[in-house]
Design a protein around this ligand. Structure first.
Ligand SMILES: [Zn+2]
Length: 183
């Protein structure tokens, strides 16, 4: 099954995940007009959210801790996603959301220079490059913890861990995005 995309505009990436001297972007930015639907990529519980920021922000606008209106979903013990700079948020902290559920509308809120979705994937609270998930090169990590334990056991026997989308050493050593690490 193909991974759920966080937007309908799958091709327009305005900024990728990168690290270079003094610069770090721990997410993928999708250029989107204001008001397009944003989806949960897997089921989970809204761990935190922010709303009430104007739909248009500007660079270094601190509203919502620079993320504007945003949603952070906990899909499993060690897998979360974040969607930032929304115009509207449709879900509340503590609410259960389903895969593909519309969680808000794209916007330009917080520290943002143009309408876009900042989409981050966190493994063990560390932001990893979302591109392999966006490109369907690997599935999102298992959201059900008992399934994961079962699969881990199988993995030890069959060395299929890479197939299951498990965290690699490389991913878990990436540094966090200092600009929005507290969201
Ligand atoms: Zn971004």
């Amino acid at each position: 099954m193909a991974n759920q995309h966080p937007t309908n505009n799958v091709g327009i990436i305005s900024s990728g995940f990168y690290r270079s001297s003094g610069a770090y972007h721990g997410a993928i930015d999708f250029a989107l007009p204001i008001g397009k639907p944003i989806y949960a990529v897997e089921s989970g519980t809204v761990e935190a959210h922010n709303e009430g920021c104007p739909e248009n922000g500007y660079i270094n606008n601190p509203c919502g801790n620079y993320g504007g209106n945003w949603v952070r979903i906990k899909h499993s013990a060690n897998f979360k996603t974040k969607s930032l700079h929304l115009a509207k948020v449709f879900v509340k902290t503590g609410e259960y959301v389903k895969r593909g559920q519309e969680i808000g509308l794209s916007g330009n809120s917080g520290s943002s220079t143009g309408p876009h979705l900042h989409f981050a994937v966190l493994i063990n609270d560390v932001q990893v490059d979302p591109s392999s998930y966006i490109n369907n090169q690997k599935p999102y990590p298992e959201t059900d913890i008992s399934q994961k334990k079962k699969c881990l056991w199988v993995c030890y026997l069959s060395l299929l861990c890479s197939f299951g989308g498990f965290t690699t050493t490389k991913e878990s050593t990436l540094i966090q995005d200092w600009t929005i690490s507290s969201i």
